[in-house]
Design a protein around this ligand. Sequence first.
Ligand SMILES: *[C@@H]1O[C@H](CO)[C@@H](O)[C@H](O)[C@H]1NC(C)=O
Ligand SMILES: *[C@@H]1O[C@H](CO)[C@@H](O)[C@H](O)[C@H]1NC(C)=O
Ligand SMILES: *[C@@H]1O[C@H](CO)[C@@H](O)[C@H](O)[C@H]1NC(C)=O
Ligand SMILES: *[C@@H]1O[C@H](CO)[C@@H](O)[C@H](O)[C@H]1NC(C)=O
Length: 390
Amino acid sequence: MANFWLALLVFSTMLRAIVVQPQEPTVNITILHSATAEGAVCLDGSPPAYHLDMGHGSGLRSWIITIEGGGWCDKISNCYNRSNGRLGSSTKMQLQQPPTYTFGGILHNDPKTNPDFYNWNRVLVRYCDGSSFTGDVEDVDPDTKLYYRGARIFKAIMDDLSQKGMRNAENAILSGTSAGGLSTILNCDKFRSFLPENARVKCVANAGFFINAKTISGTSYIQEMYNRVVTLHGSTKNLPPSCTSAMEPSLCFFPQNVVPYVHTPMFIINSAYDSWQINSTLVPAYLDPQRAWDHCKAQISNCTLSQRIIIQAFGVEFLKTFMGVTPCYTRGYFITSCHTHGRIMWTNYWFNTISLTILDKTIAEAVGDWYFDRVGFHQHLDPYPFAKDC
Ligand SMILES: *[C@@H]1O[C@H](CO)[C@@H](O)[C@H](O)[C@H]1NC(C)=O
Ligand SMILES: *[C@@H]1O[C@H](CO)[C@@H](O)[C@H](O)[C@H]1NC(C)=O
Ligand SMILES: *[C@@H]1O[C@H](CO)[C@@H](O)[C@H](O)[C@H]1NC(C)=O
Ligand SMILES: *[C@@H]1O[C@H](CO)[C@@H](O)[C@H](O)[C@H]1NC(C)=O
């Protein structure tokens, strides 16, 4: 009898897994060789790349572009290191066998896990410039042979997708997570310019709202890092001019400063206790040589009381910064209290029976309602007042 119940349990668990999680498709890589003629290349000089799954049915004239994340390189040595891996070279991307990308969450092709966008043309843009697609330095570094050309890559890929049908789009979304979420914010209005005037064009930035906060010892680590990125990659001319003319240009790498100048409607998904920001902005590794923060960084329930107080203060500062951004009627948001750095390409994060909800909405539902103007309300803020493991 026990065996029977066990078998039934195993079977129903399998069934649930099948019902809840349709298999995520893998999509072939496209190497954009023609981009090299315009000097639109990865750090190592190799051509840029993306993955495209064509739309069908009612999604034929709709496009969703997701930009890959992966931090930034702020020094020649870091960029050189990066040029030897898939985040700096399409040659290295192709070494992965097969060189495909798994399309989950917002890029999934199944309506059960991606109800609004599953049959759109879905694109994942590979990140290989280290500047969130803002860099453009004409000269190739003579010693390292590195290229800083992120902005050119963005343009070359958008031009190519336009030719593949995006120029006739009726609907379009630019999205991304982490450094890709920041790319989304920084390139949102540019993306708009590639699309027809009457198209519905919006941007969805996930885990890309990096705030300009100080470290636990009061230093400006993230601000200095962004300043080095902008300088090394020559990014200033590719940041919104209305922002760079109003303040020190590298400050326009921070969403809090640049979002007020973005005209295209934007949806921002973030955690007030974003784990990347706690790991790197608040407590960068060099400030914790004894690694007293490791267990706390991995899991909130393992933090000491004093660590929790510091993290709590960060969350309060995040919310203050976020809410301080000039309000805008078309902006939507979904701000959680989860100690995560979640990915909209993760099905369990985007739309699943176990996905986090705020006001009974998953992220996918909140974004879909906002994108299609199905409801008037689009500002979701987790009322839970502390950082939590989710
Ligand atoms: C992806 O690439 C593989 C190997 O080159 C090929 O067999 C397959 O047909 C390709 N799939 C699509 C959808 O083009
Ligand atoms: C270079 O990259 C490797 C992993 O890709 C990393 O472990 C190492 O610390 C990096 N070195 C520098 C100088 O950034
Ligand atoms: C933050 O650091 C912890 C501990 O090193 C690690 O387990 C976790 O993956 C890191 N998270 C992010 C988003 O960097
Ligand atoms: C959290 O603490 C528990 C109990 O001390 C420990 O077993 C676990 O490994 C810790 N988790 C992390 C991620 O550090």
